[in-house]
Design a protein around this ligand. Structure first.
Ligand SMILES: Cc1cc2nc3c(=O)[nH]c(=O)nc-3n(C[C@H](O)[C@H](O)[C@H](O)COP(=O)(O)OP(=O)(O)OC[C@H]3O[C@@H](n4cnc5c(N)ncnc54)[C@H](O)[C@@H]3O)c2cc1C
Length: 381
């Protein structure tokens, strides 16, 4: 399998590079790194600029605002943004694909433009205090009333809830049916009865929140995929959340590693100040990244040739990506603050954040369970 660009991809990449060079990419990245309070607003501005440039949803169907291109093009966007040191593209595709796959025509028309353009912020209300890995154990209740439903309960770890305009919420419409009793609702975050409490992370940011639903009224039209179809909606979300075009932001890590390698090659290394352990770690990180990049491209190639897959490969990718990212940033802080100290501040935050990679979107243990049962055919117990 060859991973070179074809003519169309090369031209797309060239135009994107030109666009990035003329854009506010660097200024926004610096503002984002400098001013923690401004981050949500900076990310939203970047989202809208990427959209106006035509670089978002490139693999979405044309009839819902995409370009109908293959997922290779999503990878090109990730790669070029990473190479340029720009902020990543916003992670809207997995919610977008849930609406594209399960939403009514009216919902697609009403909701997808705002999601893609960044005019409306979205969040994902799945996890609860007692339902994370065991998502089907969720308890937030939705009780039918005239023309709608009333939601009561609590979600937790809802990323970006404090800035979001809408949330895709999984709720229980039937207490007796574990999977078939789950329904997906689009909930406006300004609805009466919603209380949002941000949770501060070890990085200092408050990216995710507890969200309390107390008698929140939601019209019936806001159900996605029909009553009791919430589990299927959730599986689509998770499949795309772990997809190679969403996770394939490897060039950002390569940029970090290139910079470290450049510093390590400096005078001090030649004088023997940087030891063989650092050199070995740099080599290990490089191999991890190269294998990850090849895996991402191979998987995208498979999908392009054979269509959307059932997502088991995504579990392998997610597991491996978390391992590579965590090793990169863990080794980074272990290289030694004296020699590579300029990198320390940024790297340390990245290190702290990388710990979350083996939890969010399904933990590494859960990915291993999936691989064990569905790839290796091992019994569940
Ligand atoms: C940065 C970040 C952002 C997030 N954003 C969102 C969001 O936007 N929306 C949302 O809904 N959720 C979000 N989450 C929540 C995330 O999906 C859950 O944290 C995750 O699914 C794990 O659930 P839990 O935290 O309840 O842990 P638990 O499920 O309680 O797991 C605890 C530990 O037990 C292990 N474990 C559990 N079950 C098994 C098993 N069967 N076999 C082996 N080991 C097992 C787990 O691997 C883990 O180590 C986010 C999490 C993070 C860290």
């Amino acid at each position: 399998m060859r991973f070179d660009d074809d003519e169309g991809q090369a031209e797309f990449r060239r135009q994107l590079r030109e666009w990035i060079a003329d854009s506010e990419a660097q200024a926004l990245r610096e503002e984002h790194d400098r001013d923690r309070a401004a981050r949500p607003e900076v990310r939203r501005r970047w989202h809208q600029q990427l959209y106006r440039g035509g670089w978002l949803g490139v693999s979405w169907p044309r009839e819902v605002g995409g370009k109908g291109l293959s997922t290779f093009y999503e990878h090109i966007v990730n790669a070029e943004l990473g190479n340029a040191g720009a902020l990543p593209k916003p992670y809207v595709s997995y919610l977008g694909w849930a609406l594209i796959t399960h939403g009514s025509d009216e919902q697609k028309q009403q909701l997808l433009p705002g999601l893609l353009s960044g005019e409306e912020g979205w969040c994902q209300g799945f996890s609860e205090p007692n339902a994370g890995s065991d998502l089907a154990g969720l308890q937030l209740k939705a009780v039918a009333t005239d023309g709608g439903y009333i939601l009561d309960g609590q979600k937790i770890w809802t990323s970006d809830a404090a800035e979001a305009d809408r949330c895709l919420v999984l709720a229980r419409t039937d207490l007796t049916d574990r999977y078939g009793g789950i329904t997906a609702f689009v909930v406006p975050m300004g609805s009466r009865g919603i209380e949002i409490r941000p949770i501060r992370q070890i990085t200092g940011d408050a990216e995710f929140c507890e969200v309390f639903y107390d008698g929140v009224e939601v019209p019936e039209n806001n159900i996605v995929g029909g009553i009791g179809a919430g589990w299927q909606v959730a599986m689509t979300v998770l499949r795309y959340e772990r997809a190679p075009e969403e996770l394939g932001f490897t060039s950002r890590f390569a940029t970090v590693l290139d910079e470290r390698t450049r510093r390590a090659r400096s005078e001090r290394l030649r004088k023997g100040v940087i030891g063989s352990d650092v050199v070995a770690a740099l080599g290990r990180n490089r191999i991890g990244l190269d294998v990850l990049e090849t895996f991402v491209l191979w998987q995208i190639g498979q999908r392009t040739n054979e269509g959307q897959r059932d997502g088991v490969e995504n579990s392998m990718l997610k597991l491996f990506m978390a391992q590579v990212e965590q090793a990169l940033f863990r080794d980074g802080i272990e290289y030694g603050p004296d020699e590579l100290s300029p990198l320390l501040t940024g790297d340390f935050v990245e290190y702290l954040y990388s710990r979350a990679e083996s939890i969010m979107g399904g933990t590494s243990q859960i990915q291993k369970n999936i691989i064990a049962s569905r790839v290796l055919g091992m019994p569940r117990q």
